[in-house]
Design a protein around this ligand. Structure first.
Ligand SMILES: [Zn+2]
Ligand SMILES: [Zn+2]
Length: 268
């Protein structure tokens, strides 16, 4: 039985790469004692064919919540990517729909191309340029602040090391990382601990331990847990490991969001 587990980053089949219907996500979570799931389908502001029908997801989630009241908490989310490049699109979405949780993501180093599809074996691709542009974009997104928690901060490593086994050094970006974290803390924004790296060859959380420590040292206390599951079976995967890492740093609580406000739960 998994107690006190809330997964704040799960995709349904409405995402271009999702495999499970919202009902399947809910049923799996109920069967495995997961207390809550936030469905965060993709909306890539700069990639029109990767924009889920968010209104449909929200309707389905609300129905599931109603049907399973008192047994599980299903919350209405979105993974809003590259929102800082399209502030009006982002603002329009956030105005139009009622969200519990807005996960802010940067997936692209160059608009329109997810870092996950770049061929890092191509000599024309410069890892340093991708990282530089990624961290700068993350900083811009933090500055703009149209989200509740920043998703998978350090995302390129999932592919550069996780898939291509090219070592990644974050040292040259220390300053921009620090400033991004400072903006998050000052803005009362959360930082996601994404566990997908354990299933995708990276073997660690995103962000890495050093970045989580830095957020804590700067006064950040709002961490959400996200499996980034694209199928029901991956919900809350490796949350035990993530919780141990967080308690090791000094965190006592993690958060999920309800009506855009963090609700703190004890780390177990
Ligand atoms: Zn993502
Ligand atoms: Zn995701």
């Amino acid at each position: 039985m998994k107690l006190n587990l809330f997964d704040s980053h799960v995709h349904s089949v409405q995402s271009h790469d999702g495999q499970s219907a919202t009902g399947e996500l809910c049923a799996w979570a109920l069967d495995h004692g997961v207390m809550g799931v936030c469905v965060t389908d993709h909306f890539e502001c700069d990639i029109p064919d990767q924009q889920a029908d968010i209104e449909k997801t929200l309707r389905e989630v609300a129905l599931l919540q109603e049907k399973n009241k008192g047994r599980i908490r299903m919350t209405r989310g979105i993974e809003l990517a590259q929102g800082h490049l399209f502030p009006e699109t982002a603002a329009g979405l956030l105005d139009k729909m009622d969200f519990d949780f807005v996960l802010g993501s940067v997936h692209c180093a160059t608009p329109g191309t997810d870092i996950g599809v770049i061929n890092f074996n191509d000599p024309a691709v410069k890892v340093s340029q991708v990282l530089e542009s990624y961290f700068q974009s993350s900083y811009e997104m933090a500055k703009q602040g149209q989200f509740d928690a920043m998703a998978h901060f350090g995302y390129p490593e999932r592919y550069i090391w996780g898939k291509y086994r090219i070592p990644v050094n974050f040292l040259p970006y220390e300053e921009v990382i620090q400033e991004t974290l400072r903006l998050l803390v000052e803005g009362g924004k959360g930082l996601e601990v994404n566990t997908s790296g354990y299933r995708q060859g990276l073997g660690k959380t995103i962000p890495v331990l050093g970045i989580l420590k830095r957020y804590f040292q700067l006064g950040g206390r709002i961490v959400t847990l996200g499996s980034d599951a694209h199928r029901a079976e991956d919900i809350a995967a490796d949350f035990d490991v993530a919780m141990d890492i967080l308690t090791g740093i000094g965190f006592q609580y993690f958060a999920f969001y309800r009506e855009r406000q963090p609700v703190m739960l004890k780390l177990i």
